[in-house]
Design a protein around this ligand. Sequence first.
Ligand code: ADP
Ligand code: MG
Length: 621
Amino acid sequence: MALFIRLLKFATRYRSGIIFSIVLVFITTGLGMVPPYMTRLLVDSQLSNYHTLNAAEQLSVQDGLWHLVLVVCAALLAVRLSVAIVSYVRSMIMVVIGNRVVFDIRQQLYRHLQRLSMRYFETRSTGRIMTRILYDVNAVQQTLTGNLVDIITNSTTILFVFVLIFAINWRLALVAVAVLPLYVVNFLLWSPAIRRASRDAREQFSTVSGQLNDAISGMRVIKAFTRERSESRRFVHEVREIIELNVQAGRARTWLRVLSTLLTGIATIVVIYIGGREVLFGKRMSYGELIQFNSYMTMLYSPIIALVTINDQIQVAMAAIERIFELFDTTPEIQERRNPLILRKCEGRVEFEHIHFSYDPSEDVLNDVTFTSEPGTVTALVGRSGSGKSTLVNLIPRFYDPSRGRILLDGKDIRDLQITNLRRQIGMVMQESFLFAGTLRDNIKYGRPNAADNEVVQAAIAANAHDFITEFPDGYETRVGERGTRLSGGQRQRISIARAILRNPRILILDEATSALDSESEAAIQEALEYLMQGRTTFTIAHRLSTVMNATEIIVLDYGKVVERGTHAELATAGGIYEMLCDVQFRQAVEKMEEHEDALKAEQEGRKDKKGGENKEKGKK
Ligand SMILES: Nc1ncnc2c1ncn2[C@@H]1O[C@H](COP(=O)(O)OP(=O)(O)O)[C@@H](O)[C@H]1O
Ligand SMILES: [Mg+2]
């Protein structure tokens, strides 16, 4: 109920429209009561026994009866036309309001979603989040307009019918109403099963959509490991479960409906039986009134059945609505201060002060990390995989907040800064460059949508991307698919570097920006990156020795702790992890050269040079 009131808050903006359409509901329902009355007039007139009259009698009543027929026709026509018009207006109002409300909710939900922290998205499946915004929100529309209108229509019908049948013959009305509790019993009998099965079916649906999302994103992996069959089997298995649950729900629902209809039939029989006695022996009602009564009775039962099923629908919808509000109630983990500071001019001095961080409380990922990067310097973060390098740089744009310690930008705690202001100072190029579906130009302009075309070209030239872009028939207007399919890894990477260049950030974060590339594009990208690094505070995480060697300072992390720091010259022979890593790199470099020579030899011997390329790839790993 509390949920429902919260939901209604979304509709308060459209209060007057809703009230107006409720008034219209009253009007249509009231008009719906007129036709049975007209039937009664006809039945109770001499029209029903007209053919039993003799010629003289027929002649005397003919005019009056004809007049009655015309009046009834005119009245019925007026009723039907008004009902049609009023229903149209009412239904359009509700359609518009319903869609507006859904639009409002979806918009607010998406805005809220954008504010949530990375952690939220890491701990939930994409499919589940999508289901909420697309599918669950529809349930709101169904409830607010469809069900709400149905409830009002049906309850007013019931109310009107009650008044009228008691007015016609209260004894008969009492008997007819006595059947109603049986409806309630019938409903209570079946609804728990319906609710349970439909809830489970929806849950299962969410699960399946999550898995589907995974499977589609991971199609390459599925194919590479030839898991198509087992993936299909798993999918079929999960989908079959949905069917079973739906059938269960459907079975209970059918029982409910069939028994309700049976009760209606029995009630009609009772009405005819007792009503017939009333007409024949009690003389308390006319035959026309009995027919009118019976018509009203049929109007009574279908709204009751409808109300019963609506309740069931609302239960299902409520589960969806609950999920929506749960998303609304998730507070963004990264909060902005009430009056955040704004750096007008950013120097780019970054200080880490005793930073501690963990994803889950049991395990420290960063442990007392302290160092300072002066404006315009390059800090290289080095360490084994999993040592916390990426985590550390993700703290700078506040993707996460440290659990202890603080990060200062130009001497200000970044938690005191306006988040957009902070992130505007930062450009990131990561190992997996993500491109959005759209044109290459759109993707380069992503961080600065109002950039001029020539700026885009300049950024692309600086990123060594211009040449390959112009080779495409559509140039900058080339459309890339989801995640930038159609481009090679190196090309994607250069697009994302161009994106960072155009953004012109004070602080640059390069997280293994070159590690997924073949050596040819690596050289091009290295050049682009060096251009990009000029005059900015750069944090670079790289496997490649060449990038690290020239860094102003090298920070070596191990298990989240700073274990060594200094320049290449200082660390290369210090006997620590860095030296070890250097040795590994050196060995790899030698291996690579050998492979290269092998490849050259192979080429000379006339074999395919493709093989050499493949070996080269392997050697890098
Ligand atoms: N989103 C995450 N949620 C939970 N644990 C994570 C997450 N990202 C990384 N980790 C863990 O934190 C540690 C450091 O990871 P990361 O910073 O990515 O290391 P690196 O970049 O040095 O390879 C690893 O043990 C990793 O398993
Ligand atoms: Mg990493």
